[in-house]
Design a protein around this ligand. Structure first.
Ligand SMILES: Cc1cc2nc3c(=O)[nH]c(=O)nc-3n(C[C@H](O)[C@H](O)[C@H](O)COP(=O)(O)OP(=O)(O)OC[C@H]3O[C@@H](n4cnc5c(N)ncnc54)[C@H](O)[C@@H]3O)c2cc1C
Ligand code: SF4
Length: 487
């Protein structure tokens, strides 16, 4: 595996970012790939550590030491095939996965050595394959005659549909939006992941026999019950779209929006769509406050800065995470520690602003026309009773656009589930999710399955891909009695 002494000879090296001033001028990706020889050197840092933990840290169980070794030896084609044996879309994860694998790397046990740059190597493998024309359809040689409807075309639905088509089933992917991709398409900004990557996979999947039906809202345009009757199996992968609301006076003012009302618009503009001016939610010329310090909030501040906001501030109610984790206690698990996103760096460089932690929004003030103008808040202390206001810490800030990015509380497909009778049989947990089932992905209806954020709550792209793949195995086994698809 790699080079046993590689990590002693080579320090960790990783992709950098284009300078802030340059990258704020456009909507494209700004991560700068490493040269090929440097990627191979980084692959050599993967020592033969005996029991690797990285592939368990990776939700799709990528065979990381194997492809690190292949890259080190310049065997790119083999690395490409190996990578695709566990991950349908490594060009997505190679760009936007938070890389739990790197936290699990044995080299990460030692603060001074630092883990292998696994995510960068993954991205380099698939990007080389794309350059070399290796991304080609893999249609099944024989057809089973079984028909499957997959509802929701995010990474879970895409991975599930692709796996099922590759073993010969006739798969139809239903999507209520006008394009395939779910949050990859209309949540995640283009500067984190350009959308031609999804288009290429859609073309591949169509050539493999997947029928794409966009603009079809299951539960409205076609009944879910009808789908369950017409198809041999149905997979529900509609995501977890219900946003957590901010229940404060002034919430109803103009200019207060959920993140997912704001972010998709910019992706549509970038794709060349024109929106009616009355619907435009734009940050240019405005003081923007984003409530929520997580990834969605980060995407809002990065988008607002590029749109030309006058000022951008991000508020977070919880305290900051520690700068470093206690490795001997936490490794190889995912640590809670400070992570500063590229968008937070941009806001710091542009406006001299950092995330304000332990800040709670109290109320929003508007003008005579009902437009939001100011945000009033205070600081909190966390104790057994949750966040408690600290007297004398009240603050007011200009806020002409307030974006709510406080997480998601579950799926929004109550109509679909009720229509199918799933709601009445399976109760939801406190976050509104269908309870974690054993990995059979089944609902109470024999031919209806569920996967991705809809099943597990708002999560990560890499988890959605894993769920889609495992769900495909479950569906195939249900239809055929056995399955060659990986679990
Ligand atoms: C702003 C934002 C940024 C994020 N950034 C990252 C990141 O950087 N890295 C990362 O790993 N994860 C990120 N995530 C999380 C990640 O995007 C999700 O976990 C992942 O997309 C879930 O995949 P999914 O397929 O389960 O659902 P989704 O991607 O939500 O897709 C569900 C699809 O189902 C469709 N649908 C729903 N109901 C119906 C219906 N009744 N009929 C037809 N279609 C329907 C929806 O329109 C949608 O297209 C981010 C999330 C958000 C909101
Ligand atoms: S998918 Fe994510 S966790 Fe898995 S190898 Fe890639 S970056 Fe690491």
């Amino acid at each position: 595996m790699g080079k046993p002494t590689g990590f002693l000879e080579k320090p960790r090296g990783d992709r950098g970012y284009a300078p802030v001033a340059e990258r704020l001028k456009h909507w494209n990706e700004f991560v700068q790939p490493l040269p090929e020889d440097e990627v191979r050197d980084q692959g050599s840092r993967c020592m033969d550590c005996g029991i690797p933990f990285c592939h368990n840290g990776c939700p799709v169980n990528n065979q990381i030491p194997d492809w690190n070794d292949l890259v080190y030896h310049g065997e790119w084609r083999q690395a490409y095939d190996n990578l695709h044996s566990t991950n349908n879309f490594p060009e997505f994860t190679g760009r936007i996965c938070p890389a739990p694998c790197e936290e699990s790397c044995t080299l990460n046990l030692n603060t001074f050595v630092r883990p292998v740059t696994i995510k960068t190597i993954e991205c380099a493998i698939v990007d080389k394959g794309r350059e070399n024309g290796w991304l080609v359809p893999q249609p099944s040689e024989k057809k089973t005659g079984k028909r499957i409807a997959v509802v929701g075309s995010g990474p879970a639905g895409m991975a599930c549909a692709q796996q099922l088509a590759r073993v010969g089933h006739d798969v139809t992917l239903f999507e209520k939006a006008d394009r395939i991709g779910g949050l990859l398409r209309y949540g995640i900004p283009d500067f984190k992941m350009e959308k031609h990557l999804i288009d290429d996979r859609v073309a591949q999947m169509e050539a493999e026999g997947v029928t794409m039906k966009t603009g079809v809202h299951v539960g409205k345009d076609v009944s879910a019950k009808q789908l369950a009757a017409d198809f041999d199996a149905v997979v529900l992968s509609g995501g977890a779209e219900n946003p957590r609301n901010l229940d404060v006076p002034g919430r109803e003012l103009n200019g207060v929006h959920f993140a997912m009302e704001f972010l998709p618009q910019q992706n549509k503009r970038n794709a060349g769509d024109s929106l009616p001016a009355t619907q435009d939610i734009l940050a240019n010329g405005k003081h923007v406050v984003v409530v929520g310090g997580g990834d969605t909030g980060s995407d809002c501040i990065g988008t607002s800065t590029r749109q030309g906001a006058v000022h951008v501030k991000q508020l977070e109610i919880v305290p900051p995470s520690p700068v470093d984790e206690d490795k001997p206690v936490i490794w190889p698990d995912w640590p809670r520690k400070e992570r500063i996103s590229s968008s937070q760096q941009e806001v710091d460089a542009t406006f001299g602003e950092k995330v304000q932690y332990t800040a709670e929004t109290a109320w929003l003030e508007g003008d005579a026309d009902g437009n939001v103008k100011k945000l009033h808040g205070h600081m909190v202390e966390w104790g057994n009773k949750g966040p408690q206001k600290v007297d004398g810490t009240e603050f007011t800030m200009d806020a002409e656009l307030v974006l709510l990015a406080m997480g998601f509380v579950g799926p929004s497909q109550d109509d679909v589930l009720a229509d199918l009778g799933i709601n009445t049989v399976i109760s939801r947990d406190s976050l509104g999710r269908i309870p974690e089932a054993p990995a059979d992905y089944k609902t109470n209806l024999p031919n209806v399955f569920t996967a991705g954020d809809m099943r597990r709550g708002q999560s990560l792209v890499v988890w959605a891909i894993r769920e889609g793949r495992q769900c495909a195995h479950a569906v195939d086994e249900f239809l055929m009695g056995e399955s060659v698809l990986p679990r």
